[in-house]
Design a protein around this ligand. Sequence first.
Ligand code: HEC
Length: 701
Amino acid sequence: MTTKTCIIVALAMLGCSSHLYATPNTATLTHPEAGNWQNHGRTYSEQRFSPLEQINRETVAELGLQWSLATGTTRGLEATPLVSDGVMYLSTTWSRVLAVDAVTGKLLWKFDPQVPGAIGRNACCDVVNRGVALWEDKVFVGTLDGRLIALDQKTGRIVWSVQTTDPDKPYTITGAPRVVRGKVIVGNGGAEYGVRGYFGAFDAATGAALWRFYTVPGSAHGPVEHAELDIARRTWPTNARWETGLGGTVWDAFAYDPELNLLYVGVGNSSLYNRKLRSPGGGDNLFLASILAVNPDNGRLVWHYQTTPAEAWDYTATQHMILAELNIFGEPRKVLMQAPKNGFFYVLDRKTGELISAENYVPVNWASHVDLETGRPVETGRGDWSEEMSFVSPGPFGGHNWHPMAFSPKTGFVYIPTIHMIYPYHPDPDFKYNPSTWNTGEDWDALGASTNGIQLNFCSPTRLTAWHPIEQKQMWQIPFDSMVNAGVLATAGDLIFQGTSDGQLVAYADDSGERLWSQNVGVGIMAPPITFAVDGVQYVSVLAGLGGAQGAIANPLKQANYGQLLTFTLGGKAQPPTAQSIEREVDVPQTALSAEAIRAGGKLFHIHCARCHGLAAAGSGVIPDLRTSSADVHSNWRAIVLDGILEGRGMASFADVLTAEESQQVHAYVIKQAVNSTSWGTQILQKAADAVCIPADWLAF
Ligand code: HEC
């Protein structure tokens, strides 16, 4: 029912009033009813702050599970569930969508876009999806194979579906679309494989394509698709590696200011991280790692701010952006706040793009500071790995990744799920661009050999950091002993909610970080919690299920990863799922191959397999740790790796890039790694990818 007809009906029968504000539109996404969560970050300002306060510091001890729903998944769950008028809409792995009764947990409908399993090979960071969008009577989802689909909110049936990408290129969609003034905004990912980034708008009613904004130029000469690319082109040399697409993908964050009618867009990293290979003539390489403000009516650029000129470390600016009013030196300012991967927390004037302040929120050694006059980071030279290995902080996972942060207007703090990492970037002297695989210019074979898959990180590699955006300083911090962090929720009940990778949902006091409540749910959590109310009762919901880039390769799974959707309320008495152990029947066969063949296998493994099965074959277990495979798997190696018998489950054939002999070399390398790790003892085998703790002063910053 549209708002208009509802108002007319409401005059006749009062029962309609609860539907009056529910139909998602500009007004409800800007100023939602307290009980609803209809937009990815709750409102267009993406603060992830709820005014609900029934669950507060006094009552939180009574919080308990109300219901849980098994999602039938074993890989990463990153979505923010949306709640509109008592119905919850969310996405799971492989871009599947569920609608659930938010009070009872009863499944209302499900939609499977049938993404082909082979597409899993194009996903840098697991087959995740971060959520759906709502507008009027529809639900919108972007799929891993690049479609944008509109579903009927009541039935889950397809209303329209459009292909937003070239299906012959390794583009993927994992981010949540947003809807602004009747236009569905969607971007895509794939920069590590070599694609050209863009985002665009589609008519919410019909799916008609309205405009597209490319974030990098497509060539050195000739006509450009839109005028902004003339600005961008001046920052690229003519000998840039155009064939790689150059990257700049828009794979996650958007925010919108309806008053200014500005859509904010976070732009990602380069294709070919190594800047000397990518852009031998130098240049800032716009609009990589930038925040763009565009007019959503026509897709024209109003301002841009580049966080990391000539980015070379996977320093995306696709991280969550929060819009707020801050009182800065006595002056109320409309700001945009972002903690991009590069380690600096930015406060920008969102009307003009002017830099107000920037300070590092994690240890940073690639730049000493951001110059407030020029708005540019001042590089130290310690981040230069274009010719030799260099230890750089933050690493490619960033100081903060996709895990949404939250802002409480009550405390004035931003709560950031931070990553504290030091990472050796190795240039690949033999790099060759291969459009069917990974293309960063990094030598992961050298990286794997130098670490044997063991992560070198600062102690407590992830933390929940409360940050004062005006004073630009840390207020409090909670350390975690895990490589996987989780999204955050702030509420007017003076609470911060966050999950942990060992399966707890935790409530902290927003001013001090004091831990006030937690419950073990048996499955690791990285998705952000939300809160909503139905009939005067407040609930908190979260998805549990590990994965994503860090979860798939850097954090060994300690319990089985059967996904769950969980909803809590005061007095909830449901039994949480209990943790299930992961037991594998391990078999380590022998190999007759020469040391040279094994070395060749290691090189190939790190080009084609390590991004999912882990550096040095030390996988996390979300995607199998090949050192712990069974006799059956080893005897079917060729059928799995070349014939693609597990393709439907996301393990595609690699016959297009590996010969039979090369596949055997990769097998021999995996066997060698398994033998090495079993000789350390089974306990170490389980924990081989654990972090080795480096004191923060190891690098003099
Ligand atoms: C894009 C991610 C991805 C990449 C890249 C990838 N795999 Fe896989 N692989 C998977 C997934 C997912 C599974 C689990 C499939 C299932 O559930 O049965 C898997 C399973 C396997 C298995 C079965 C393991 C077991 O114990 O069950 C083997 C063997 C394997 N992969 C080998 C390789 C090799 C060799 C390469 C590189 C040439 C490779 N994979 C690259 C995702 C990937």
